[in-house]
Design a protein. Structure first.
Length: 111
């Protein structure tokens, strides 16, 4: 019985190392090797500074064939005008489901 427990513990440690460390490192390496731009988040830079990610908050116009992200309160802090998909101005409305102002808020915030 002691020999079986030692083998089971050894196999458990080997599999933890192999699948817990080895596999993720191999997948990260493959991603960095073959898809470096996508693996690093598709970051868009302007004058050397990261300003956005290409795939976050995509604007598809008014078509209904695409998935819509959650409606965000994207109004300009300075002007008060709507700015669709501006992540810097994004935030929750904090309106509960029984609040009468919730529906007009979503109608105004959705594209």
């Amino acid at each position: 019985m002691g020999q079986t427990m030692k083998r089971a513990a050894l196999l458990t440690v080997i599999l933890w190392v192999l699948l817990g460390l080895g596999f993720p490192l191999v997948m990260v390496g493959i991603g960095q090797l073959f898809f470096p731009w996508q693996a690093n988040g598709s970051v868009i830079t302007v004058q050397g500074r990261p300003v956005a990610a290409r795939h976050v908050g995509q604007y598809f116009g008014n078509t209904l064939q695409y998935f819509w992200g959650r409606p965000s309160d994207t109004t300009s802090i300075t002007t008060g005008k709507l700015q669709p998909y501006n992540a810097f101005n994004s935030g929750p409305s904090n309106y509960g489901p029984t609040n009468a102002a919730l529906l007009p808020f979503y109608r105004r915030a959705s594209p």
